[in-house]
Design a protein around this ligand. Structure first.
Ligand code: A2P
Length: 311
C-alpha cells in the first residue's frame, strides 16, 4: 500500500495502517454492508475491517470489485483486515480459511489477518470446511485442544506464502501476549480490542507500547449500548471544537496512538466519522476523557459461548 497521510507504522517498519477504518460487523440487511464499504471508500477511508464470522465477505467482495472497476481506487490503495474464526485454529485449517476469505473478498492478499479470539473450538465439519463450531447437547461450542502457539505458527506461514502482509491478534489480554511473545518469530502487529472512553485500557496500551504492538479499538462508541454519545464531558469538548461526540472519541483514540474502526451502515454517519483530521484535542481535553474510564465492557464472548473470558 502507498503511504497516505494519517497512518501508523507497523512493527515490521514497512507497512502502515490507516488510523481510522470502517467496521463491518452486523450489516444484516442484504446490500447494507456493501453500500457502506462503497460510501466509505468514496469518502476517503482506506481501511476496511472485516471477519469471516460476520458472514458478509462475499458482499464486501462485490462492492470492492465495483469500486476498483471505477478505476480511481486500486487494491494497493486500501488496507484490508480480516480475522480467523475460533473453529478454524487447527494447523490444517488456518491456510484454508484464509484462502476462503480471500476468495470471498476477491482479493489476492490481506493487509492484516488476525486471530479473532484467544480461544479454539472444535469444527462442526470433519473436513473443516465450515466455520461453524461443534456444539455439545446444550448448544455450547466445544473447546478444542489447540494452543495459540500452533495457530500462530500457521499465521506466520501465511506471511511467507504471500497471502497476508501482516498478522496480529484480537481480544488478547496482557497474559495472552506475554506468552505469545515467548515464541513468536513474527510479533503481532496489532491487537484489536474494545476501547472507548468508558474502557480506556491503560494497562494493555502500556504493555503494547513497550512491545511494539499497536492497539486497534473496536466498538469505539460502545456499540450504542451505553450513554457515551450523551456524556456531558464529551459533549462539552465536542461543542468547543464544533465537532460531534463521535469525532471527539475517535480523535482521543488517535492522539493516544490507537487505530479505530467505527461501524456504521448509515452514509451520513460514515462520512461524519471520518471527519477528524482538522482539529486537535488539548492535554486538558485528553485528561478529561481519560478520567471517564469505568472499565465498562460492551462486547464479551457471550453471544457465541458462555466462557467468561474477561472475568
Ligand atoms: P449505524 O450503523 O446506524 O450508524 P461501534 O462502532 O462502537 O460498535 O458502534 C456502532 C453503532 O453506533 C452502530 O449501531 C451505528 O449505527 C452507530 N454509529 C456509528 N457511527 C455513529 C455516529 N457518528 N453517531 C451515532 N451513532 C453512530
Amino acid at each position: 500500500m502507498s503511504q497516505p497521510q494519517n497512518t501508523f507504522k507497523l512493527n515490521d517498519g514497512v507497512h502502515h495502517i490507516p488510523m481510522i477504518g470502517l467496521g463491518t460487523y452486523n450489516g444484516s440487511k442484504v446490500g447494507e454492508v456493501g453500500n457502506a464499504v462503497k460510501v466509505a471508500l468514496k469518502s476517503g477511508y482506506r481501511h476496511i475491517d472485516g471477519a469471516a464470522i460476520y458472514m458478509n465477505e462475499k458482499e464486501i467482495g462485490h462492492a470492492l470489485k465495483e469500486v476498483f472497476a471505477e478505476g480511481e481506487i486500486k487494491r494497493e490503495d486500501i488496507f484490508y483486515v480480516s480475522k480467523l474464526w475460533n473453529s478454524c485454529h487447527h494447523a490444517s485449517l488456518v491456510r484454508k480459511h484464509c484462502e476462503k476469505t480471500l476468495e470471498d473478498l476477491g482479493l489476492e492478499y490481506l493487509d492484516l489477518y488476525l486471530i479473532h479470539w484467544p480461544i479454539a473450538f472444535e469444527n462442526a465439519d470433519p473436513s473443516g470446511v465450515t466455520i461453524q463450531p461443534l456444539k455439545d447437547d446444550n448448544g455450547e461450542p466445544i473447546l478444542a485442544p489447540i494452543s495459540i502457539r500452533e495457530t500462530w505458527q500457521e499465521m506466520e506461514k501465511l506471511v511467507e506464502y504471500g497471502l497476508v502482509k501482516s498478522i496480529g491478534v484480537s481480544n488478547f489480554n496482557v497474559q495472552n501476549l506475554v506468552d505469545l511473545l515467548t515464541y513468536a518469530k513474527i510479533k503481532p502487529a496489532i491487537n484489536q480490542v474494545e476501547v472507548h472512553p468508558y474502557l480506556s485500557q491503560p494497562n494493555l496500551k502500556y504493555f503494547c507500547d513497550r512491545n511494539g504492538i499497536i492497539l486497534t479499538a473496536y466498538s469505539p462508541l460502545g456499540q450504542g449500548k451505553c450513554d457515551l454519545l450523551s456524556n456531558e464531558t464529551l459533549k462539552s469538548i465536542a461543542d468547543k471544537h464544533n465537532k460531534t461526540v463521535a469525532n471527539v472519541i475517535f480523535k482521543w483514540l488517535n492522539q493516544r496512538g490507537i487505530v479505530t474502526i467505527p461501524k456504521s451502515s448509515n452514509p451520513a454517519r460514515i462520512i461524519e466519522n471520518f471527519n477528524i483530521f482538522d482539529f486537535q484535542l488539548s492535554n486538558e481535553d485528553m485528561n478529561n476523557i481519560n478520567s471517564l474510564n469505568s472499565n465498562l465492557r460492551t462486547c464479551t464472548p457471550a453471544n457465541f459461548c458462555k466462557i467468561p473470558l474477561f472475568d
